[in-house]
Design a protein around this ligand. Structure first.
Ligand SMILES: [Zn+2]
Length: 286
């Protein structure tokens, strides 16, 4: 089917207390692996690319790959700009055909974050493409950005941010970080409940790679409707390639280790989809 927006997926997830898995893809094999996993579990799915990934490839290239696979797939697929960092990139992604946009102004003071996010929401509205904003900081490093992770989302600011910007979903800072955790993070899970009761839109958890299954499930129970996974998929992909090459050092065919990497990524995506509870939920979004 044609690409869908993330709006209905997120609203259904909020209604049913489950979460969408949103998976970062770096290349064609990862996109294939994510969609195959979604098909096997009959799950709606969000595939996302960061600005750094888009510099490696391009909006056109990732969109073409995702669209081509989604077209022949029975499950709903959305393509999302993850951590869009400028109005120009968000606008370009929308014009090209991305069906879900994040604008991340969390590094700016509140008033600047509000005005940047509001401008992107206004731009996307005529196309009915939902926009994810971010308030409070997710720690760690992703895509060249880094943060100390000290920025827990303030509920009063969240209420103001949502009211002023009109965003469709909100990425919140509750103690998670991007990348690999050196030690177990201390999450303020009770803050998720407060935020859920403060704003009426779906909440998004970034930096979920490396969190235990129980912690992710607890966050979802408390109100998270979209969980982003990037680092884990990179690890699964790269370890599979390394493993395959170490066992078959004379290989010269990228398809060989590409197959191994695809299988590893699919397996990881399916594991995480089951934790999110989005397996079997495709019919709800159609
Ligand atoms: Zn993120």
């Amino acid at each position: 089917m044609p690409l869908v927006t993330s709006e209905k997926m997120l609203l259904k997830a909020r209604e049913g207390c489950w979460a969408l898995g949103a998976f970062n893809a770096e290349n064609m094999e990862m996109i294939q692996a994510i969609i195959k996993a979604a098909e096997e579990l009959n799950a709606p799915v969000i595939i996302q690319t960061t600005p750094g990934t888009l510099k490696y490839g391009s909006l056109d290239l990732y969109l073409a790959n995702v669209s081509a696979l989604a077209k022949n797939s029975p499950v709903p697929v959305a393509i999302h700009l993850d951590h869009g960092d400028t109005f120009a990139l968000a606008a370009q992604a929308l014009r090209k055909g991305y069906t879900s946009i994040m604008i991340d102004g969390s590094k700016y003071p509140l008033d600047e974050n509000i005005s940047l996010t509001e401008s992107v929401v206004k731009f996307c509205k005529p196309c009915n493409v939902p926009v994810e904003g971010e308030l409070g900081k997710v720690g760690g490093k992703e895509d060249g950005m880094s943060s100390d992770g000290a920025g827990y989302t303030d509920p009063a600011e969240a209420a103001l941010f949502v009211e002023k910007t009109g965003v469709s979903s909100l990425a919140v800072g509750v103690g998670t970080a991007h990348g690999v955790y050196a030690k177990t993070p201390v999450l303020k899970v009770e803050l998720i409940c407060v935020l859920k009761n403060t704003v009426s839109i779906p909440l998004v958890l970034h930096g979920a790679s490396g969190l235990s299954d129980d912690v992710v499930k607890d966050c979802i129970r408390r109100g998270i409707c979209k969980v982003n996974f990037a680092t884990e998929l990179r690890i699964a992909y790269t370890e599979a390639v390394k493993d395959w090459l170490s066992k078959n050092p004379s290989t010269i065919d990228p398809k060989k280790f590409g197959n191994a990497a695809r299988e590893a990524v699919s397996k990881k995506v399916m594991e995480r989809m089951k934790i999110c509870g989005c397996d079997g939920k495709a019919p709800l979004v159609l």
